[in-house]
Design a protein around this ligand. Structure first.
Ligand code: ADP
Ligand code: X2W
Length: 287
C-alpha cells in the first residue's frame, strides 16, 4: 500500500509542472549519436509519448549523422566535414535521404506508435515541412547540397496537436526549384523552434553537456552565457559536432527563446528530468 501511495505522491508532485507546460511546445532534437543506442532511444521516445499524453506539445526533429557515415562507408563514399557540417555531393545526398527519410524517420514514428503514442512523419517522402536554400559557408567553402531552412510549414505541424499526434521531422529541406538539401539537424531544430515560438528547445546527444575538456565528463559546464559559448567556440574548446549545436542555441536565444538545453539522452528519462524537475541536467545556455 505504501508503495502505491508513494506513486500517487509522485503524480501529485508532477501536477505543478504539467500545468505549467500544458499546451506549450517543446522542440526535441534527437542526435544521431544517440539513435545508435536502441535502449536509450526507446526510453526517450517513451518520455516523448508521456509528454504528449499529459498535454504538452512535443515536436521531434532528428538527425542521423552516425548512420549516414556508416551507410556512406558501405557505399564506398568517404565522409568529410567542415566545421561540423557534412560536405554533400549528389551520391552522398542519396544516402542521406535514404537514411534520414527512408529509415530513421519511419523507425522513430513506428516506435512511438508501438509505445502507445500517435506520431506522424513529416519528411520529404510524406509531407515536407522544411523549405530552404543552399547554405553559403561563412568561410567560402562549397559544402555541396547542404541547405539552410528559410521557412517552416507551421500550420501543418501545429494542426497535428489537434489529433494528438507528435510530428517527427528529419533534417532535410527543399528549395523553390524542388532541389533537396541536407540540413544539419541542430540547425533544423533551431528553425522549427523559432517558427513555432517554442517554449523550450532541448538537444539530446551522447554527451552529458558541453565540457571544458571534451574527454572529461566531470568538466561539464552546467550553465553558460551566450558570450562564454562564443569564446569557447573561438578557442577550440567546443569543436566538431558540438559547434552547430551551440551555434543553433545562440541563434535561438537571439530570437527570443529563453532557455536552451544540451542534455545526455543516454541517461534514462533525461528528458522528463529536464522538464519536470528544478535541478536541470546537462548544459543550459542563456542569453
Ligand atoms: N566541448 C565539448 N563538449 C562536449 N562534446 C564536445 C565538445 N567539443 C566537441 N564535442 C563533440 O561533440 C559531439 C556531439 O556532437 P554530434 O556528434 O554532432 O552529436 P549529435 O549526433 O547528438 O548531434 C560529442 O560526442 C563530442 O565528441
Ligand atoms: C549538413 C549536415 O551536416 N547534415 C547532417 C544531417 C544529420 C545530422 O545533423 O545528424 P546529427 O544530429 O546526428 O549530427 C549530416 O549529414 O550528418
Amino acid at each position: 500500500m505504501n508503495q502505491a501511495i508513494a506513486k500517487a505522491d509522485t503524480l501529485i508532485e508532477a501536477m505543478g509542472w504539467i500545468r505549467r507546460f500544458r499546451g506549450k511546445t517543446t522542440v526535441i532534437k534527437l542526435g544521431g549519436s544517440l539513435l545508435e543506442d536502441r535502449t536509450a532511444m526507446h526510453h526517450l521516445l517513451l518520455d516523448v509519448v508521456f509528454m504528449e499524453t499529459v498535454g504538452l506539445r512535443p515536436v521531434v526533429v532528428h538527425g542521423g549523422g552516425k548512420a549516414i557515415t556508416k551507410a556512406m562507408a558501405d557505399a564506398g563514399i568517404a565522409a568529410q566535414f567542415i566545421r561540423g557540417r557534412r560536405v554533400t555531393d549528389e551520391a552522398s545526398l542519396k544516402v542521406v535521404e535514404q537514411v534520414l527519410a527512408g529509415e530513421l524517420n519511419v523507425e522513430l514514428t513506428e516506435t512511438m506508435e508501438r509505445l502507445g503514442g500517435r506520431a506522424m512523419n513529416l519528411s520529404p517522402r510524406t509531407t515536407c515541412v522544411l523549405h530552404g536554400k543552399k547554405m553559403l559557408d561563412p568561410d567560402g567553402e562549397d559544402l555541396g547540397f547542404v541547405g539552410e531552412v528559410t521557412s517552416v510549414d507551421r500550420d501543418v505541424i501545429e494542426s497535428l496537436a489537434y489529433t494528438d499526434q507528435v510530428p517527427v521531422i528529419p533534417s532535410l529541406c527543399y528549395d523553390d526549384e524542388g532541389q533537396l538539401y541536407n540540413v544539419n539537424a541542430d540547425t533544423a531544430a533551431m528553425a522549427v523552434a523559432q517558427s513555432l515560438g517554442a517554449d523550450k528547445l532541448v538537444f539530446l546527444s551522447d554527451v552529458n553537456g558541453v565540457r571544458k575538456d571534451e574527454t572529461d565528463p566531470k568538466s561539464i559546464i552546467p550553465a553558460m552565457s551566450a558570450e562564454t559559448a562564443r569564446e569557447l567556440i573561438a578557442s577550440g574548446v567546443i569543436r566538431g559536432g558540438m559547434i552547430p549545436k551551440v551555434e543553433a542555441c545562440l541563434q535561438t536565444l537571439d530570437r527570443g527563446v529563453q532557455k536552451v538545453h544540451i542534455i545526455d539522452g543516454r541517461l534514462r528519462h533525461s528528458l522528463l528530468l529536464e522538464i519536470f524537475t528544478t535541478d536541470g541536467v546537462g548544459t543550459e545556455i542563456h542569453a
